[in-house]
Design a binder for this molecule. Structure first.
Ligand code: SF4
Length: 464
């Protein structure tokens, strides 16, 4: 059985739906085939009716080829003065991916074999160069890429693949196929809970890939405990395996000391939360641009000194950036290390802010220039705990070294949920009553992330 849809995946579906609805506005007119995807006969009949009635733009048009290839295209577009059609598939991405090409190749196959004369195969996706300046300009929001040539090159592969796929779909037996990278690429498969049940949560799959992993699998080795001594590894892999087998923390005191010696007090422990809406909500933003709406700051004047706290959460439904920047530069001082976890994220946000708000660029650049990445000692294995299970993410490192500080009791326990939840507040999906609780949950989460930085720095000092 398929598991329930997680919130992050549902958000992706909702984004796809939002983008699909906007794409229809790109065309001045059009008719929608109103039937559920499983009502095959109905959708085909409605599509044929729409064509007979002279419709030139048909949304969700459906075709079924005699060999069973069924396709529902986002937009079937009549070529002016001809009996041919263009197939236009809408994607919420900002570019063409390989699996998009597979999609439209299959669609062309189905429509062509169902008797349609097809001219172009087109992918319509978001334009990441579009900067919103007032009302959304639908014609600039989208890019249409003609993929006809590559689709025609690939279409001959469909025949053989289709026979295999139909064989699987029509069989009562589970297909016999090994697990592997395809289970997570291009997306995580819904059946991992079933096919991967013999694989421990932490296994050779977390450490090795390619030839090295195959070498172990050939010898039926999946558990890390079974990796033979002397098996060829990188330094990092060696530390991960040895720590796990001996259940021991690995410490490189010299490297930790060198890292700690770079710190300059006062320390500013900083963490951002962002949204990245597919369709720009505010002026001067692009599709999927990261927009910071919250930060938390713990300030420590001297080693082991008391902590002073500053929090910022923008609760209006307008652009949070002007207030965010002003508060940030006012509270980060002009000297002292700014501690972040995964610097590329906060530094990337700062660089964007500096570009869009040049009046603040010097002060923002000053903050970026003072950043120290607390991720580095853990990612570099200067300090490694077997419970990190090969990951240096904050959510892996914190419970390993500071188990008393848990995310489990928090309503919002990760950045993705924080982002989706905040978006639901400012786009009016949740009630006023829910908003205040959500804002409190966001504050609790961001507080915890920065407190985690404080605690992990203490862990490093303890291992110096
Ligand atoms: S988990 Fe992997 S092997 Fe199982 S159905 Fe999905 S892709 Fe296939």
């Amino acid at each position: 059985m398929k598991p329930e849809i997680p919130a992050a995946q549902q958000h992706l579906f909702d984004t796809g739906h939002e983008v699909g609805e906007l794409a229809k506005r790109y065309f001045n007119s059009g008719v929608e085939i109103e039937a559920e995807y499983y009502e095959l006969d109905k959708t085909i009949k409605f599509t044929e009716d729409a064509i007979r009635q002279g419709e030139d733009v048909i949304f969700e048009a459906t075709a079924l080829s005699p060999d069973g290839a069924f396709s529902r295209i986002d937009i079937l577009y009549k070529v002016n003065g001809s009996d041919a059609w263009d197939l236009i598939e809408v994607k919420a991405s900002t570019g063409v991916r390989d699996y998009h090409l597979d999609d439209i190749t299959f669609q062309r196959y189905a429509f062509t074999n169902a008797g349609y004369k097809i001219r172009k195969s087109v992918l319509m996706h978001l334009n990441n160069q579009y900067v919103r300046s007032a009302e959304l300009e639908i014609n600039k929001l989208f890019t249409l890429e003609d993929c006809t040539n590559i689709v025609q090159e690939n279409i001959n592969d469909i025949d053989g693949n289709l026979k295999n796929l139909l064989g699987v779909v029509n069989s009562d037996l589970e297909p016999s196929i090994d697990i592997g990278d395809h289970c997570n690429c291009p997306f995580e498969c819904d059946y991992i809970h079933h096919c991967w049940q013999h694989v421990p949560e932490y296994s050779i799959y977390n450490i090795f890939s390619g030839r090295k992993r195959d070498e172990l699998l050939v010898n039926d080795i999946i558990e890390i405990a079974d990796i033979p001594d002397g098996f060829e590894t990188t330094d990092r892999q060696y530390i991960d395996i040895r720590s796990f087998k001996q259940n021991q923390v690995h410490v490189d005191k010299d490297a930790i000391k060198e890292f700690l010696d770079t710190l300059i007090y006062p320390l500013y422990f900083l963490d951002y939360e962002t949204i990245f809406p597919a369709v720009p909500l505010f002026n001067n933003t692009r599709p999927y641009q990261q927009i910071p709406f919250q930060y938390y700051l713990h300030i420590q004047e001297k080693k082991d000194g008391d902590l002073r706290h500053v929090e910022f959460l923008y609760t209006d439904d307008t652009d949070p950036r002007p207030d965010f920047i002003k508060s940030l530069v006012d509270n980060c001082g002009d000297k002292g290390s700014v501690i972040v976890y995964n610097q590329s994220f906060e530094a990337g946000i700062n660089n964007q802010l500096a570009a869009y708000f040049p009046e603040y660029s010097d002060r923002i650049d000053n903050i970026t220039g003072r950043m120290t990445d607390l991720l580095v000692p853990f990612r570099s294995r200067w300090l490694y705990h077997p419970e990190m299970r090969g990951s240096a993410s904050l959510k892996a490192v914190l419970p390993a070294f500071v188990p008393e500080l848990s995310y489990e009791d928090l309503t919002i326990g990760d950045g993705g949920t924080a982002s989706i939840t905040y978006l639901s507040c400012i786009t009016g999906i949740v009630s006023e009553k829910e908003r205040s609780q959500i804002f409190q949950d966001l504050k609790d989460y961001c507080y915890q992330d920065t407190l985690a930085e404080v605690m992990l720095l203490k862990v490093l000092y303890d291992n110096e």
